[in-house]
Ligand binder design. Structure first.
Ligand SMILES: C[S@@+](CC[C@H](N)C(=O)[O-])C[C@H]1O[C@@H](n2cnc3c(N)ncnc32)[C@H](O)[C@@H]1O
Length: 393
């Protein structure tokens, strides 16, 4: 269960009030505690921004954060949500990543710093004595200033140096090597570029600037179009085998979901302890964020990571919800032999296959007693008594 840190929540609420009431008729409210009336005041910006991000994406202009009500709405509402998504993704990094003495991190399109804040939170728990150099790139100078203040406020005792570049990312010169490159909810805003063009921009930069044991974490809104574009970008980035996928995929073949379907997109659910003020905001704007949906890809250099990834050919990621009716239970899996729809008649339920009644999207499921050497983008398997299913930790 992902937690949004209480100290960050308190800091964020007082920051939003100080920053956005200053110079307005509400200036005198800036120093009192954050109350429901403040939430109501900011909820209009949240509702409009939320509409823009989902139903109205075609009208999403890159300048939306120039409007203070959207910037405030973003910080109050989308920052904690994207923080939680990045935290979920960081928890899926190989443990080895958290053992370094220093980290050079690049956060591209950092907004108010949601992803970097999640990284600092992970580091506080996993490696608090590490030294961090954090490079922020963001075209909107105001939200970049927010990011710097929020990150400094939250860093506490961490040893951190922040360098901020108010630039469009095409104008940013990558320098040196980065241990971590974060792009959280940015790619889909590069509306002028296709997946191929984004890849042609990103790939040479990764080749040159990702540290030998570095990791790239790409997260996108878990909506159909941006996620399928992310799946296509993943295919392009790993095509020449210099990079491999560290998650969620368990193989480096083409994405079978992208190849075999037109309507599915690879996404997962995360369980988080949603802050109370956010639940209240949700009620005001009629949203529900009890469970968050996340779409992500983690990449690293094949030379550094491939051998250390535990990838039995019999292990699959569950990439659908469990589908159950009176007759049968089914789930779609993705693993080294490809995409596999596993089904079992309820009459044939037995101890060996009962894991199918518990699997959840995102779980790792091992199928013992069934092996395929080749890769296929679509297969079905009706479980026989010989096959044993196991949900892996
Ligand atoms: C949806 S926000 C995501 C912010 C943050 N990464 C997060 O996860 O909350 C997208 C951010 O990317 C920035 N952005 C979009 N396209 C950009 C570009 N080409 N160059 C630099 N920044 C860009 C926007 O200004 C915005 O702050």
């Amino acid at each position: 269960m992902i937690q949004f840190p209480k100290d960050l929540e308190d800091f964020l609420l007082s920051y939003v009030k100080r920053e956005f009431y200053r110079g307005t008729r509400r200036a005198s409210f800036a120093d009192r505690p954050f109350i429901r009336e403040d939430l109501l005041f900011f909820s209009k910006g949240v509702a409009d921004l939320s509409e823009l991000f989902t139903a109205d994406r075609a009208n999403l202009q890159s300048g939306y954060l120039n409007q203070p009500q959207f910037r405030a709405g973003y910080i109050l509402y989308f920052l904690p949500i994207n923080f939680a998504k990045t935290r979920f993704v960081l928890d899926r990094f190989p443990e080895k990543f958290w053992k370094r003495k220093t980290y050079r991190v690049l956060d591209i399109g950092c907004g108010p710093g949601s992803a970097s804040l999640a990284f600092l939170d992970a580091l506080k728990k996993k490696n608090p004595s590490a030294e961090i150099e954090l490079v922020l790139v963001e075209q909107n100078a105001n939200v970049l200033a927010d990011a710097q203040r929020l990150l400094r406020g939250f860093a506490g005792k961490l040893k951190i140096e922040i360098r901020a570049f108010p630039l469009w990312l095409h104008g940013f010169r990558f320098q040196g090597e980065y241990d971590l490159i974060l792009m959280s909810h940015v790619l889909n805003e590069m509306v002028k570029y296709s997946a191929q063009e984004r890849s042609e921009w990103l790939l040479p930069r990764l080749q040159e600037h990702l540290a030998p044991e570095g990791i790239v974490a790409l997260t996108e809104p878990a909506l159909k179009r941006p996620t399928r574009e992310l799946m296509a970008l993943r295919d392009h980035l790993i095509e020449d085998k210099e990079f491999c996928v560290l998650g969620p995929c368990l193989h480096d073949e083409v994405c079978p979901m992208l190849a075999a379907t037109r309507s599915d997109w690879c996404h997962f659910y995360l369980d988080w302890d949603e802050p109370e003020y956010l639940q209240a905001l949700d009620r005001m704007v009629k949203n529900d964020n009890h469970f968050l949906k996340v779409a992500y890809v983690l990449l690293g250099r094949t030379a550094a990571w491939k051998k250390s990834l535990p990838r039995g050919r019999d292990t699959y990621r569950v990439v659908s919800n469990r589908m159950q009716n009176r007759e049968k239970t089914e789930a779609v899996l993705c693993g080294p032999p490809g995409r596999l729809t596993v089904s079992r008649l309820n009459l044939e339920k037995r101890k060996e296959n009962s894991a199918l009644d518990k699997v959840r999207r995102g779980d790792l499921l091992q199928i013992q007693g069934w092996d395929r050497k080749d890769f296929e983008v679509g297969r079905t398997l009706r479980l026989s008594p010989k096959q044993v299913l196991k949900i892996l930790p």
